[in-house]
Design a protein around this ligand. Structure first.
Ligand SMILES: NC(=O)c1ccc[n+]([C@@H]2O[C@H](COP(=O)([O-])OP(=O)(O)OC[C@H]3O[C@@H](n4cnc5c(N)ncnc54)[C@H](OP(=O)(O)O)[C@@H]3O)[C@@H](O)[C@H]2O)c1
Length: 252
């Protein structure tokens, strides 16, 4: 698939992201603290995370490696960043989650499979055979330098914050505590802030519409969830820090 039909698919995907954003402001995705059995059968959440997230790097690499475009230095860097993120998200992250009784609806897992397959396809297909080849001069382009810096900073914030959340529970515990330290001093969900910065960085460093669509999807998923978490913390903890905002220090 090339040219106008691929572009149309990317723009349609961006349109669906915007609709999802509106829907997610009203309906909380039922996993984690909002998990429910009213969405039908469930799977253990560690297994769910692994199965749904592994689809993204698999689809990306399949279409990237199968693409007819030259595999230049920048193209390999793009593939390495995508794969590194998903080695963490699909394998390391679920394996480090506690073996609790927490489950997620199969429906959510399947929606995430579709989401990950589409994002992996769009980005792998585009970067595996881009309309304009990224030659080594791209490494000196300000877009590459700025985007790479944002990607690394965002990934660092996301990894640190996810680890801080995991450390809140002692073995066997399933309840919630108020997270402290790092960017938690200012926001309730720095893991989501880091993830959004990371994919905005990827969109800038590849300067491509498929990567932009993924950054918008990430924001569409995580902004409503951060607002929900923030409201949830405030309702659950009377002493929740007043100065803390949901996602962006002092702003949101
Ligand atoms: N790119 C995207 O579109 C996208 C979409 C979704 C998620 N993600 C990423 O996936 C990762 C996980 O997302 P998530 O929505 O599951 O994050 P989350 O709701 O913040 O939960 C992360 C983990 O920390 C635990 N946890 C959270 N707050 C806690 C607290 N106050 N006390 C004790 N434990 C706490 C959760 O336990 P419970 O499960 O028991 O609540 C879960 O195991 C994040 O890094 C996020 O950025 C990306």
């Amino acid at each position: 698939m090339t040219g106008p039909s691929f572009d149309a698919l990317v723009y349609a995907w961006i349109g669906i992201a915007l609709l999802s954003f509106v829907a997610l402001l009203r309906v909380r995705a039922p996993y984690g603290r909002y998990t429910t059995e009213t969405w039908g059968p469930t799977v253990p959440h560690r297994r769910g995370w692994l199965l749904m997230e592994v689809v993204s790097p698999a689809a990306f690499l399949w279409f990237f490696l199968g693409g007819a475009g030259p595999k230049t230095g920048p193209a390999w860097v793009f593939a390495a960043l995508w794969t590194a993120h998903y080695v963490n998200r699909a394998v390391i992250y679920p394996l480090r989650l506690p073996r609790s009784t927490r489950r997620m609806p199969v429906a959510i897992m399947l929606l995430a499979v579709v989401f990950n397959a589409m994002n992996g396809f769009l980005n792998g297909h585009y970067l595996g055979d881009p309309p304009v080849v990224y030659d080594v001069g791209w490494f000196r382009d300000p877009r590459f330098l700025l985007g790479a810096a944002l990607f690394v900073i965002g990934a660092g914030i996301n990894l640190w914050s996810d680890r801080a959340l995991r450390a809140l529970r002692r073995p066997g515990e399933t309840g919630y505590r108020v997270p402290e330290g790092g960017l938690f001093r200012w926001v309730s969900c720095p893991n989501y802030l880091g993830e959004i910065i990371e994919w905005v960085g990827f969109a800038i460093l590849t300067w491509s519409t498929p990567a932009l669509s993924f950054a918008l999807w990430t924001a569409a998923n995580l902004i409503p969830r951060a607002l929900s978490h923030h409201r949830w913390y405030r309702s659950e903890f009377d002493d929740y820090p007043q100065e803390r905002t949901a996602l962006v220090p002092f702003l949101l």
